[in-house]
Write a protein that binds this ligand. Structure first.
Ligand SMILES: [Zn+2]
Length: 95
């Protein structure tokens, strides 16, 4: 018997319009770069580099994107991660 107050019919996805896995598999770093109109230089088949769009530093190679793994990394100070990390870091940057 379920404890008092427990949801008897828990929904694993309470918001059917927000499917994180669907977003993770369908939205790529290329989409994110297009959305934010970020222009980078191709440095190899699957790697791009350029100025960091998060902290907007002047190091022209601080920001790298791996298009195959859908990851980014800023070697100056922003760190890196997935598309979700990028959008969150970009959202809290106000300088
Ligand atoms: Zn940065």
């Amino acid at each position: 018997m379920a404890p008092i107050g427990a949801n008897p019919n828990p929904n694993p996805n309470p918001n059917p319009y927000l499917d994180i896995e669907k977003i993770r598999t369908e939205i790529t770093m290329a989409h994110i770069l297009d959305y934010y109109e970020i222009e980078l230089t191709r440095i190899s088949q699957n790697h791009l580099a350029g100025c960091c769009p998060i902290h907007r530093g002047d190091n022209s190679n601080a920001f790298h994107v791996d298009l195959e793994k859908n990851l980014f990394h800023c070697f100056t100070r922003c760190g890196g991660g997935s598309i979700f990390d990028f959008v969150m870091k970009k959202a809290v940057t106000f300088v």
